[in-house]
Ligand binder design. Sequence first.
Ligand code: NOJ
Length: 553
Amino acid sequence: MRLTYTSDVWWKNAVVYCLDVETFKDGNGDGVGDFRGLTQQIDYLAGLGVTCLWLMPFFPTPNRDDGYDITDFYSIDPRLGTLGDFVEFMRTAHDRGMRVIADLVVNHTSDQHPWFKESRKSKNSPLRDWYVWSDKPEPDDPSKVVFPDKEDSLWEWDNRSKQYYLHSFYKHQPDLNVANPEVRDEITRILGFWMELGLSGFRVDAVPFLIENVDPKLPDPHEFLQDMRAFMTRRKGGSILLGEVNVPYEDLVQYFGDGLGDQVTMCFDFISMQKAWLSLARQNAGPLADALRERPKPPKDGQWAMFLRNHDELTLDKLTDEERQEVFDAFGPEKDMQIFGRGLRRRLPTMLGGDLRRVKMAYSLLFSLPGTPVIFYGEEIGMGENLDEEGRLAVRVPMQWTRDGGFSPAEPVREVPEGSFAPDRVNVADQKRDTASLLRWFQLLIERYRECPELAWGTYTVLDAGHHAVFAHRCDADGATVVVAHNLCDTAVDAELELAGLEGQQLTDLLVDGTLDVSADAKVKLPLEPHGCRWLRASPPEIAPEDAGVMSQ
Ligand code: NOJ
């Protein structure tokens, strides 16, 4: 596997870091994070090994859905800086070798967007068809309401123009009508605008809603995704769409562009994420193993985006009621930790009881799973949530830089947690000096992940490890193999693997010192500590392990 090739198809083994400019670093001392603050922290992100930043919405907004309610797609929320600050940030990120993608939130706008204000003026407004209007609030399905704490219908009555408008999310977020060619053109202009300013792609918000909830129904909703992707490829060959597509695997393949790969470049793997949490709760590898065995292969150059937590609730909507309850019982038993009846508004370390060994194992699992890892800011230092903040904002607290917070000299936009996850206990500065810290662990995992393109590029096989608590898999590419094992339980376990084709080879540990020999009949016994994890490179006796990877071929 040539590095020149893997760097062309850069997204397939990228390390994506999601952050909200608002909560990352305040550069002008007003309590709100901004582009100037973020720019000052670029070396921290580069040092961590991040290769691609994903910026959450940074556009003008009334902020009723934390910026996912936009009033102008072509400028910057003045609280976060100016277009000039944005361009300086882009230049600095590129200088440090990082690409940048941003949220593309075009399923809806804010109801304060000038387009909607115009559209709702009357049934004859020139922008009437930019949104989805109807005389009847139909079709409606309360089970499809995404935020059931605030909404009970997908339609809202507009008294001025005497029709209902569709809103897949909050009522202050009217759905754009992408069946209208003018709307599609405008979306293309938005893509072109930000790509011209240097973006390498977009994380596309709410993809199924975007193409399905329109009027009239599109004969082929996926054509729109094809058009977007083709436009982007024309403008910039290596640009990507990273899709938020939380649907079952069998429905999901079509979002990649079934077989062709001409739609969304990468999709988040919501299914294996949820099954991973079930496996962690049960201390049993079965659910995750089954999901990955069933997972369809993305088209050539497509990829799965792997994650354990993101900026939203930990959604468990694809588990059965009983399974969801198991995860709730294990990781969020209190009502206040749960949200929307389907998820948890917590970060990973608090859910795992602050057990650093277990937290490290969970992230080792994330970085070794086949796909592109996506992390949410603060995961690398094990930040916790603040349940005093409303709803999903609990996990969107300011980044903890130093013992006294270090996010801003002023009263911060949101409160950091107190107690054992407060900044004096969890912060970047301390962890930089501590070789055993989670931050250092992330750096090691990222370095190894980048050195082992087999993990992201290879053919993976989920192995039978001879013990229910062990999740083991191997990744093979161009004659090189990496074997990985994770012990999900809190007692030591000996896994027994059968590694066909590796008879007589040596396995070299990549995270610690150590080697193991694969027997002549392809078996190996693999001791694992409680919540232990091992990444191992296979090499024939005559080849040094350093020379056995695909990178060195
Ligand atoms: C999905 C985003 O991840 C979420 O934060 C937002 O509230 C909804 N889309 C609506 O834009």
